[in-house]
Write a protein that binds this ligand. Structure first.
Ligand code: UDP
Ligand code: MG
Length: 307
């Protein structure tokens, strides 16, 4: 049986294919029995050709080519569902996740850990804004999620056979992998590492994409934003009763020349805003329910090579 499956999602990484492969072989060759599962996530450059070139020469190179770009979460899912090893390691193609750590992960796996994740000790490679927003996201996530997620842990990790099967079997379409990895649990341990800058090519995550990614993570981890409005509503209703009583009292005791345009306007505008926000939040969840009930597959495979 194969010991290790290396799952590498690739989207427009043609420069990285030979570099990544050379580096990985250097670390792994002769130490493990392993397979690569390169998932070509609908690349529009020469990634697939470069991968096929490798697959012709090396039987351990397996390729899953998706029918279009489905996003990293779907690509990783495809890799996990095809992995045959006793354990699987998920790696980025850009060498930001150091391959030298794979033997360290393996050692932890031998000690009985089934969810061994890399934890970034140093995010100097990221911009200040990215670090700040990432930090804020982890904070909020861990406050509201029913199951916490370790700080600064990404997708870079080793999962045991059991954990791989558990993640692969989760039926949701909206796949926030980091959340799913922490959801499945099992004996976990962090391995600290320094995240390097990208070796070549360009990052694929715009801030808009990251924002949506964060929303999707939060929405799949908790329904707290929905429940919040029940309490907000109650508080407002209570305030309204007290205020109504006060107005009635004023009217009865002093009579009431028409006044209060400003306060009326402020109240209307404020609560219109609150109601729109509430609707928006319900909409966020509704759109996710919509994606789930359509029950479309998470990805479609165009081609499988060397399986
Ligand atoms: N990736 C992918 N599909 C996408 C976007 C990215 O498979 O739609 C892959 C990409 O090729 C890389 C990994 O996901 O191997 C991480 O991407 P990137 O380096 O752009 O992200 P970052 O390092 O900024 O998290
Ligand atoms: Mg990267």
């Amino acid at each position: 049986m194969i010991q290790l499956s290396l799952i590498v999602p690739m989207y427009n990484e043609q420069e990285m294919v030979p570099v990544f492969f050379a580096r990985a072989e250097e670390v792994l060759c002769g130490r493990f029995s392993y397979e690569y599962i390169f998932v070509n996530d609908g690349s529009r450059d020469g990634t697939l050709a470069a991968l096929k070139n490798l697959a012709r020469r090396y039987p351990q190179v397996k390729i899953i080519s998706l029918s279009r770009n489905f996003g990293k979460e779907a690509a990783v899912t495809a890799g996990l569902q095809a992995a045959a090893g006793q354990a699987a390691v998920i790696l980025d193609a850009d060498l930001q996740d150091p391959i030298e750590l794979v033997p360290v992960f393996w050692e932890k796996f031998q000690q009985g850990y089934e969810n061994v994740y890399g934890q970034r000790t140093d995010r100097r490679a990221d911009s200040f804004f990215k670090r700040f927003t990432a930090q804020a996201f982890y904070k909020v996530y861990n406050k509201v999620a029913d199951f916490p997620m370790p700080y600064n842990a990404g997708d870079f990790r080793l999962l045991s056979r059991r954990a791989v099967e558990a993640v692969a079997a989760l039926p949701e379409r909206e796949r926030f992998m980091k959340g799913l990895f922490s959801w499945v649990g099992f004996k976990s341990i962090a391995v600290p590492y320094c995240r390097r800058p990208r070796a070549a090519g360009r990052g694929k995550w715009s801030y808009w994409r990251l924002w949506n990614f964060a929303l999707s993570g939060l929405a799949s981890a908790t329904s707290l934003p929905l429940k919040l409005w029940t309490y907000a509503g109650m508080a407002v209703a209570l305030f309204a009763f007290v205020f109504a009583a006060w107005i009635a009292y004023k009217k009865l005791v002093w009579g009431n020349p028409v006044s209060g345009y400003a306060s009326l306007m402020v109240t209307i505008l404020f609560f219109s805003g609150v109601q729109l926000i509430t609707l928006g939040i319900i909409g966020e969840y509704l759109s996710r329910i919509f994606t789930e009930v359509k029950r479309r597959p998470v990805y479609l495979i165009d081609e499988k090579i060397n399986f």
